[in-house]
Design a protein around this ligand. Structure first.
Ligand code: F6R
Length: 610
């Protein structure tokens, strides 16, 4: 999704901003731009396409100065054109604005501004902000006050940063529903929509909250609320190194992140497994331990891959903790008038912690009196801060747009959560100990899957030329079928559907014809035999079968075209192994079709608009 960088300091702003934009590229975007306060005034350069296009444009128009703002745009209002790229300007060209989010009342604001003589240069919702600030500056107001006066007029969500030639060494930023953080570096201040644009300069961060405005000069920053109350905020030192954001010799971030998955399990479980008592110790839930004992129902809210992780959690929690669980797409949850009370825990799962739909679902749940918990990867993100309690994934930064290691860590954390809730209830010590033991074995088992990648390449050959594919799974592997299909469609653009294997004969079997590829995820578990009958049904209609099953499973080799085996583990943990080959199928198919898996078209890493 759109990315923001702002810099005010002693360095060359253009270099700092461009470096920041490059590090935000992973979020997904279709144009970019920057504005710098130069000796000749506030100058803007924008370009359609990659940041490399912006670099090309800057070759002949270098912007020299030490205060500026920059943006990568993911089109919402208006096509990805240079005119629609940010920063946006006012009529006098003294103001430049970058914006993430959506201004919902932009049409009425625009009509009013046009009536009073403002001329618009773009189709975006953002441009109204620049013109409103222009009006607010007319009576000689300071930039910070002018921005403060405009914010109450805006409906929707925003993270904005504003520069002005009238105060060339000042930036003003504000947020409502869209993340913004302030990095405090030796040579100045950096504003950004996520930490990856800041980490190479400093690890000292101030997280802005909704309804806060920050005014920055080279020498100081001042934060206040929309109601004009000064706020003192803690400076937090964030973990992680800029080096985590490099590919370390891998062709793609996605591949690097898939290869990191043994460590991801280690990091997500480190210090959290209590082998003796067959349980998990989750420090982030300590304050709500008593409430957790009393809850009668869990509602999981999430989007995309995180939703499928939640679906695996539903099977785990119902089987081992005996608590009724519902998994809801966050985008539907808040419009459904959900029935919630203090006996319900609402668990929000989100890698970024900034997904607008999931964040709004958390707010809705809180308003209705439910206990809200977060399973979040990005430390200090909005969902992490707004939930009552939660568990961090500790998966490290995920740059690949298609989630891999974060998904895995979400399922791991859900298994830890199951242990905690299960042991508070009827889960036996022996079974708890068994789950812990199997969790401890996972990193090695995943490593085995990563060490032998030839079967994935061979299986991907069956997919690479296909237009459609079906993924089938039962019970714990039903959500994994959906996750596998999502991965394939996201990065290889092959249309793929995930289905509960038992549903095949209720419709999707009509698709199966000669050569139609079907990925069947059938580990040797309690529903293995049932899945074997699917193989016959697919074969009888000429379909090609890629079977993902457990080592030594007794399948009929004449019914399958490719087989990928995974090590044996507990049924509830099989998703953690079965998903690895599916990630590779998608990755290999995308590479075979010459698509860049790190830059899937139209997708954004962090979806901060509804
Ligand atoms: C799929 C993918 C997305 C995200 C979804 C939620 O590969 O990455 O479906 O899972 O957008 O994002 P988070 O977890 O950041 O809330």
């Amino acid at each position: 999704m759109c990315g923001i960088v702002g810099y005010c300091g002693t360095q060359d702003a253009q270099s700092v901003l461009l470096d920041g934009l490059k590090r935000l590229e992973y979020r997904g975007y279709d144009s970019s731009g920057l504005a710098v306060n130069t000796s000749a005034g506030l100058k803007t350069v924008r370009a359609v396409g990659k940041v490399s296009e912006l670099l090309r444009a800057l070759k002949t128009r270098r912007l020299a100065g030490s205060t500026g703002i920059a943006h990568t745009r993911w089109a919402t209002h208006g096509m990805p054109t240079e005119a629609n790229a940010h920063p946006h300007r006012d009529c006098t060209e003294s103001v430049a604005v970058v914006h993430n989010g959506i201004i919902e009342n932009h049409a009425s604001l625009r009509a009013r501004l046009e009536q009073s003589g403002h001329a618009f240069a773009s189709e975006t919702d953002t441009e109204v902000i620049a013109h409103l600030i222009e009006d607010a500056l007319k009576d000689g107001a300071q930039l910070s006050h002018a921005v403060g006066a405009v914010l109450p007029m805006l409906e929707g969500t925003y993270g904005i940063v504003v520069a002005s030639s009238l105060e060339p060494d000042t930036l003003v930023a504000a947020r409502l529903g869209s993340p913004l953080i302030l990095g405090i570096a030796r040579d100045g201040y950096i504003l950004a929509s996520d930490a990856s644009a800041i980490l190479q300069h400093t690890r000292d961060i101030v997280y802005l909250d909704d309804r806060e405005i920050v005014a920055i000069t080279r020498a100081e920053y001042h934060i206040r609320t929309f109601e004009n109350v000064t706020v003192q905020k803690p400076v937090e030192t964030i973990d992680g190194e800029a080096a985590d954001l490099q590919k370390h010799g891998y062709a793609h971030f996605m591949l690097k992140e898939m290869m990191e998955q043994p460590d991801v399990v280690l990091n997500s479980t480190r210090g959290r497994l209590d082998a003796e008592n067959g349980t998990a110790v989750l420090g982030g839930l300590r304050d709500v331990e008593k409430q957790l004992r009393d809850i009668k129902r869990i509602v999981i809210v999430a989007c995309g891959s995180a939703y499928y992780a939640g679906c695996v959690g539903e099977y785990m929690l119902e089987e081992y903790a005996g608590i009724p669980v519902e998994v809801e797409l966050a985008s539907e949850f808040r419009y459904r008038k959900p029935i919630l009370d203090s006996g319900t825990a609402v668990v929000a799962i989100s890698q970024s912690g900034e997904t607008a739909d999931t964040l709004f679902a958390v707010r809705e749940a809180k308003e209705k009196g439910a206990l809200t918990l977060g399973i979040v990867n990005v430390v200090g993100s909005s969902i992490a801060r707004e939930t009552h309690a939660g568990v961090y994934n500790h998966a490290g930064p995920e740059i690949g747009v298609a989630s891999t290691k974060a998904f895995l860590s979400q399922v791991v954390v859900l298994s830890l959560f199951t242990l905690v809730l299960g042991r508070q209830r009827a889960l036996s010590l022996v079974m708890g100990q068994r789950i812990v033991k199997e969790l401890l074995a996972l990193p090695h088992q995943i490593q085995v899957l990563l060490d032998c990648r030839e079967p994935y390449r061979a299986a991907a050959e069956l997919l690479a030329d296909a237009h459609h594919a079906l993924f089938l799974g039962r019970k714990y592997c039903h959500p994994i079928a959906h996750e596998g299909a999502l991965k394939l469609k996201e990065i290889s653009y092959i249309h793929a559907e995930g289905y509960a294997a038992g549903e095949m004969k209720h419709g999707p079997i009509a698709l199966v014809e000669d050569g139609f590829p079907v990925v069947v995820i059938a580990p040797r578990d309690s529903v293995f035999e049932k899945s074997m009958s699917n193989l016959h049904e697919i074969r009888a209609r000429g379909g090609s079968v890629i079977l993902v099953t457990t080592e030594g499973a007794p399948y009929d080799a004449s019914l399958v075209d490719r087989v990928i085996t995974i090590p044996k583990t507990l049924e509830m943990l099989t998703p953690l192994l079965a998903v690895i080959p599916l990630q590779f199928l998608a990755y290999e198919a995308a590479c075979a079709r010459a698509f860049d898996p790190d830059m899937p078209r139209n997708l954004a890493k962090s979806v901060t608009v509804e």
